[in-house]
Design a protein around this ligand. Structure first.
Ligand SMILES: [Fe+2]
Length: 259
């Protein structure tokens, strides 16, 4: 698989950061915030923060959660997904700061869901117009699920992308006329991962990545990690996913669709 590196964002104090992120999918923040406090303040300056129920909070920073392979009996698993997509207003953006990095391995990979949508042939795109996917939580106690548009409009870029998450969390697909076409899900997911260029980031201590969950999926490569890999994650609450039209993005605002 051909991969490129994340776009490096140097002058993040002088640009509309979330527009840059929506354009590139994922950016590396250069001269990044150096402490969890500063990381949190940086994210809070971009939007309302949220926390995913069931995650482990960082001590002293309850809006950040810990992602680590330390003290685990089994190797972590990761498949391409969009973060916490099973709620009504999923995080538009996620960010990670590297707290401890392994000697080797543990990269994070991103798919391009704009390209995934563009790769579909015209007949399939027509069939899927107005289709929705049922996103369901797995691995957590509380049963949560939400229907979201399969073709999702990103108000920060003005572009549409194929909005999916891991197959385990994509429970159903229904067309605009109500027909169940869950059988299409695996193929759409596979296309997302095979028909698109991928971005890959190998972590160094203190690195900060910020991405847009509306137009990417991501996964960690746990296949050959040597050493402890600990990252802190923060989430910015997004709008209710829509399939087209204008949206009020103030405070991650609630969508006002006009398709
Ligand atoms: Fe994730």
């Amino acid at each position: 698989m051909k991969t490129t590196k994340p776009y490096k964002l140097y002058h993040w104090d002088r640009v509309d950061v979330l527009k840059e992120v929506a354009q590139y999918g994922v950016v590396q923040i250069m001269s990044p915030p150096k402490t969890p406090d500063a990381f949190l303040n940086f994210l809070a300056s971009l939007g309302s923060l949220m926390f995913t129920e069931g995650e482990i909070p960082v001590i002293g920073h309850t809006l950040l959660n810990v992602v680590t392979n330390a003290n685990r009996k089994t190797k972590p698993k990761s498949t391409f997904h969009s973060d916490t997509s099973y709620i009504s207003r999923p995080p538009s953006n996620s960010a990670l700061i590297a707290i401890e990095v392994p000697k080797a391995g543990g990269a994070t990979l991103f798919s391009d869901q704009y390209a995934a949508l563009d790769s579909l042939d015209d007949d399939l795109r027509t069939l899927l117009q107005g289709a929705e996917v049922l996103h369901t939580a797995t691995g957590v106690q509380k049963v949560q699920s939400e229907w979201h548009p399969l073709v999702r409009y990103n108000p920060q870029s003005g572009r549409k992308a194929l909005f999916l998450t891991s197959i385990a969390r994509c429970k159903r697909l229904r067309l605009a006329d109500g027909t169940d076409r869950t059988d299409l899900l695996q193929g759409l997911y596979d296309k997302s991962l095979t028909n698109t260029p991928h971005i890959k980031h190998d972590w160094s201590l203190g690195d900060v990545l910020l991405w847009d969950n509306r137009c990417t999926m991501h996964a960690a490569d746990h296949s050959d990690v040597h050493g402890t890999r600990t990252l802190f994650r923060g989430l910015i609450r997004g709008e209710e996913p829509i399939c087209g039209g204008a949206v009020d993005t103030r405070d991650g605002g609630v969508a006002t669709p006009h398709i």
